[in-house]
Each structure stands twice: as structure tokens, then as C-alpha cells.
Design a protein around this ligand. Structure first.
Ligand code: ATP
Length: 457
């Protein structure tokens, strides 16, 4: 992390908005919370699902060189011997002799406890994998681990996927799933959690082409964030030095984001060479290689791995979308989410709670809900309701008023420009579909006239 801070928003504002509006709560809050574990509320779960869906769509669905899978969280313990996690997934820690807090030795500035100033022990290696027991007996033979990454599930299934899909190199396997790490340095909201979801790709290539593919994936992954609305000035690459490289890596580059606390790792892209497949072949005694039909050769493919925890992009998208602007005597808070990420795509707002207005608004609401996550809000003034939707990033509000009962038209109000148009109810779904897909169908000043009639002329 560097000294430079985001000038856009501070973390307290994001934490407070997330709590207040039901994006993210501390885990088991009524018992005082559980450190570094978080619960996603009604809006948070939609946002997180949208992030995962956007990733899956771009990385799996729209590509013909990628397939998905979903491995179990608990794996044969030998997996972790082969991967090097049992031996290498460790942090050197020191413990305060006074308050017993543990600290990462390489992150400490002095030789005293940062919390109480107490004396520290010598560094000791601490494995970050969570351990548990499988079956009725709690002995060494029944120890299993909660996976600290999803990657290994894809390596051990390499042959299964190859045999069942008949993919040719280069091709990738993608997976989204939970991972667990007993992290020591926590804090910064959901940035580093002990239980989190990962979105990982293992992209298998011919040895010798791995460096090219590595560069390809750097650009591909960077562009994914930019397409979904992150300001490109808030993103940058950070190359790992030779000393810093993990035991399996030939080259690693992080995509860093300018979080409120400074530049920090959003995603890591590693060239893992043939380390993983070779190790699993050695430990399992099973061949994990590829037969090239053209050259008639058997070889172990190399792997390029783009790996990201879902909560980091969730936090980055929240921070980058956050905006405040003057609004008469108040401040308008807007989350300018990309429509694909917005938890609610549309809100239906009846101008009054009186019948038959409500009946019409409920009909509109029922129709739109078949297509998207839609909110319905009839409490307080229309101005306040618009602000509430702005604050959670809803791209469009549809207002049903008394005139709607006569002309069967409703008003659409756009979040970012606050422009409004009126249009017939039967055109609503088609128009919103086009607008949510980013089409510039209308740009009218507030109070503009009917879009449909204007364009039909
Ligand atoms: P850091 O040092 O920032 O904790 P790392 O270098 O240990 O991360 P990797 O092992 O490279 O992380 O994991 C790949 C990706 O997984 C990271 O870029 C990050 O997006 C995510 N990640 C790792 N640990 C966590 C965590 N504890 N909470 C949330 N996401 C995580």
C-alpha cells in the first residue's frame, strides 16, 4: 500500500452507506461481530451477484476457449502438500509478550508492539489455512483444510475437464467459490476478509507461449474493470520483484486500485509455468499432460492465472461509483454504477398512495420485475425517493402520476443526468432494455416531451 490516497471518497463514507442502506453488515453483529467476516445484505447480495455474473459472462459465456467448474471446498489433504501450501503458505509472525497480539514480522516498523509498546517474541511461521476434522475422530489422520484458493480444484480436475470437453490448447477453466485464510493483518472493511469468494481462471497454454498469454491476460483483465466503469487513472499494474515471487510463479503482476487507504492489490495475475500440474502428477502418480495432435508430442502445459477475490472489486466498484454533488441546500449522494452492476435496475414510484394510482403502479412494477431487480417505493416526497434511489445507484426511476391514469404514460427519470421523459407504458420495457444496455435513445432536458412521439414524426 502506498501513501497516495483516493481523493474521491473516504472509507468511513463507504462503510456507513453500506451499513445504512443494507449493502454490507459486520458478521454476527448482535454478538459484537466476528473480526474480518462480513455479511452481505439485500442490496449487497445483488451487487456481489452482479459482479460475479459480469465476470462469468465476459470470462466464460462469451468465450469459446473457456469452461467453468465448481470444485468442493474441502479437498484431499495431499492437494496442499503438492501445491506447497502446507509448507509455504505461511507468514512469519511475532507475538507481543504483554498483550499477546500477533503481527506480521515483515510489516512492522520498530521492534515494539504497535498496540501497547510491549516486547515482541522472535518471528514464528504461521500457516494461514483453516484446519478442521473430517469424520467422527479428531486425530491427525482426519485433518482436512478449508481451501485458501479455488485454483487447486481446477488443477486436480485438469484431465477430467480435458477428457470430457475435448478442448484444445490454449483453453481455460474458470471457477467462482469460497476461500478461507486465517489472515493476520485485517481491517480496511471488506478488503481483506478471512472468508471470501474468489473468481479464478487457470488458462492452459503451450510451453513457450506463456509469456505472450500472460501479457494478453493483463490487458484483458484491466479492460474488464474499465468497461464496468472504473476510472482508468485509478488502476495500475505492479510487477512483483524476483524476491517477492511466490514459489510457483515465473512472473506476477498485480492490478492495483487506488482504494481510499491507498494503492492496493485488486487482482493478481501469475505465470505459474508447469508447476502445479507437475506437482500434482508427482504426488498423485497420475499423468497430467496434454497430447498435441499436430506434433504428436506429450507435454505438461503452462498456466496463466488471473485471480481475484470478489470483495475487492465490490469495494472498488463502490468507491469508484461514489459521488456527491450540491443539491440546493443539501448534498446529492449518487452511486454511479454501471447498469450491469447496479443492485436495482429500476424503481417504480407512484406519486400517491391513492387508488387507482397504486393499482396501475403495481401493474407496472409486476411487469418490470419479470426482467430485472426492481424496487417499489411509495414513502415520502418524490424528491426524497429519487435521492434514496440515487444513493443506491438505481439507473432509472419510473413515476406513475394522475395523468398516467388518463394517457397511460409514465415518466422515466435518469439517475446521472436527472433528465426525464414521458412515454407510453407499452414502450417502457423496450426503452429500459435499450437504456440499460447503454443505448443513447434520448437525451432530453428535464421536463422534456414524449420521446416516442418526437421520434415518430
Ligand atoms: P494480499 O497480500 O493483498 O492479502 P495476496 O497476495 O495474498 O493478497 P493472492 O494470494 O495473490 O493474494 O490472491 C489473489 C487474489 O485474491 C488477490 O488479488 C485478492 O483479490 C484476493 N484475496 C486474497 N486474499 C484475500 C482476502 N483475505 N480477502 C479478500 N480477497 C483476498
Amino acid at each position: 500500500m502506498t501513501e497516495e490516497k483516493s481523493d474521491k471518497v473516504d472509507m468511513e463514507k463507504i462503510v456507513s452507506l453500506s451499513r445504512r442502506r443494507g449493502f454490507i453488515f459486520p458478521s454476527s453483529e448482535i454478538y459484537g461481530g466476528l473480526q474480518s467476516c462480513w455479511d452481505y445484505g439485500p442490496l449487497g447480495v445483488e451487487l456481489k451477484r452482479n459482479v460475479k455474473e459480469a465476470w462469468w459472462r465476459a470470462m466464460v459465456q462469451e468465450r469459446d476457449d473457456m469452461v467453468g467448474m465448481d470444485a468442493s471446498i474441502m479437498m484431499h489433504p495431499k492437494t496442499w502438500e503438492a501445491s506447497g501450501h502446507l509448507e509455504g503458505f505461511t507468514d512469519p509472525l511475532v507475538e507481543c509478550k504483554n498483550c499477546h497480539l500477533r503481527w506480521k514480522a515483515d510489516e512492522l516498523e520498530g521492534d515494539k508492539c504497535p498496540s501497547c509498546g510491549g516486547e515482541l517474541t522472535e518471528p514464528r511461521l504461521f500457516n494461514m489455512m483453516f484446519k478442521t476434522f473430517m469424520g467422527p475422530v479428531e486425530d491427525d489422520a482426519s485433518v482436512v483444510y478449508l481451501r485458501p484458493e479455488t485454483a487447486q480444484g481446477m488443477f486436480v480436475n485438469f484431465q477430467n475437464v480435458l477428457n470430457t470437453t475435448r478442448k484444445r490448447l490454449p483453453f481455460g477453466i474458470a471457477q467462482i467459490g469460497k476461500a478461507f485464510r486465517n489472515e493476520i493483518t485485517t481491517g480496511n472493511f471488506i478488503f481483506r476478509s478471512r472468508e471470501f469468494e474468489m473468481m479464478e481462471i487457470e488458462y492452459f497454454v503451450k510451453p513457450g507461449t506463456d509469456e505472450e498469454w500472460f501479457d494478453y491476460w493483463l490487458e484483458e483483465r484491466l479492460n474488464w474493470y474499465i468497461k464496468l466503469g472504473i476510472d482508468k487513472d485509478h488502476l495500475r499494474f505492479r510487477e512483483h520483484s524476483k524476491e517477492e515471487l511466490s514459489h510457483y510463479s515465473r512472473r506476477t503482476v498485480d492490478i492495483n486500485y487506488l482504494f481510499p487507504m491507498g494503492w492496493a492489490e485488486l487482482e493478481g495475475i501469475a505465470n505459474r509455468g508447469d508447476f502445479d500440474l507437475s506437482q500434482h502428477a508427482k504426488f498423485s502418480g497420475k499423468e497430467l499432460n496434454y497430447f498435441d495432435e499436430e506434433t504428436k508430442e506429450h507435454f505438461v502445459p503452462c498456466v496463466v492465472e488471473p485471480s481475484v477475490g470478489v470483495s475487492r472489486p465490490v469495494l472498488a466498484f463502490l468507491c469508484d461509483a461514489y459521488d456527491e454533488e450540491p443539491d440546493k441546500d443539501e448534498i446529492r449522494v449518487v452511486l454511479r454504477f454501471h447498469p450491469d452492476l447496479a443492485p436495482m435496475k429500476v424503481a417504480v414510484l407512484p406519486l400517491s398512495r391513492r387508488e387507482p394510482l397504486v393499482e396501475m403502479a403495481k401493474d407496472v412494477y409486476a411487469g418490470l420485475r419479470k426482467c430485472w431487480a426492481v424496487a417499489y417505493d411509495d414513502a415520502q416526497s418524490i424528491g426524497r425517493r429519487y435521492r434514496r434511489q440515487d444513493e443506491i445507484g438505481t439507473p432509472f426511476c419510473v413515476t406513475v402520476d394522475f395523468q398516467s391514469l388518463e394517457d397511460n404514460q409514465v415518466t422515466i427519470r435518469e439517475r446521472d443526468s436527472m433528465n426525464q421523459i414521458r412515454l407510453p407504458v407499452e414502450e417502457l420495457q423496450e426503452t429500459l432494455t435499450a437504456k440499460l444496455a447503454g443505448e443513447d435513445l434520448f437525451v432530453l432536458p428535464p421536463g422534456g416531451t414524449v420521446w416516442l412521439e418526437e421520434t415518430k414524426k
